[in-house]
Design a protein around this ligand. Sequence first.
Ligand code: CP
Ligand code: NVA
Length: 327
Amino acid sequence: MPRHFLRDDDLSPAEQKEVLELAAALKRDRFAEKPLAGPRSVAILFDKSSTRTRLSFATGVSELGGSPLVLEAAVSQLARGESIADTTGVLTRMVSTIVWRTFGQERIEEMAAHATVPVINALTDEFHPCQILADLQTIAEHCGGLADGDAALAGRSLAYLGDGANNMAHSYLLGGVTAGMDVRIAAPASHRPEKGILERAREIAATTGGSVTVTEDPREAAAGVNAVITDTWVSMGQEGQDGRGEATFSRYQVTEELMDLSGADGDGSGIFLHCLPAYRDKEVAASVIDGPRSRVWDEAENRLHAQKALITWLLHHPDESTASHAL
Ligand code: CP
Ligand code: NVA
């Protein structure tokens, strides 16, 4: 059976650490791994828009010696009603790995159930686990680097502000506690994380020494953290939905004043992260994202390294069963 990466807790804490250490190594020596040499193809499918994910996977697959095949859903037979099962049956006869950005998590779960090659979640409505690997790499770089071993992320903290019910919030919860981090979500009561994901995050935290806090107070969340993070207030596919927008989230804008509360010593030394695309003076003040505490370009670059590490790791671990999870 292949290993899949459909959500953040598909990697155990030890496995996540292996992937992040490989990502750091690949950043130091970009062409050290060639698991796709031959070349083997990787299908990269998009049901939603993308800039970073498309570029980082296509570039990464090429750098690993493989051939990236980018397919837009709109021009594939999927959009004309071909089933996920039939599409997967064809893909697995041709490519070594499938990367898919789609809508409901159940769609990628269905693909994985039919796939005989690894399937990687490149964002669903529920999770964006590849982004979190890149973010963890970026936080570790700020906190001393993954070469320093266990200490890089365990016990560190992040605060995510804004839409607590979206894919990024859910992935920070699961991915953050898997790394042993203190994960804080500041969101309005109307947009709290999904209950089952919170429970799963607390379950993982109990084994890793991490912790989970959900609060409506952005200042409480940001106080003393290593990284302050936000995301767009309106995710793809949610346009026009009631309750998502300025009126609901303006209190959660990441401002200079909020950043000043960050840093382990409360000295304002925390970094700012955003998966991008960003909307300046909406979820983040322009002076923050364009200022000295912002690490958004490192974060975007780390998508490349983290995903190359993930593909390499998945291809080298074909026989182990995916970690069980239940919402
Ligand atoms: N952060 C991210 O996934 O960006 P794209 O939507 O541009 O791929
Ligand atoms: N939450 C955002 C992330 C974009 C990378 C969305 O789903 O649109």
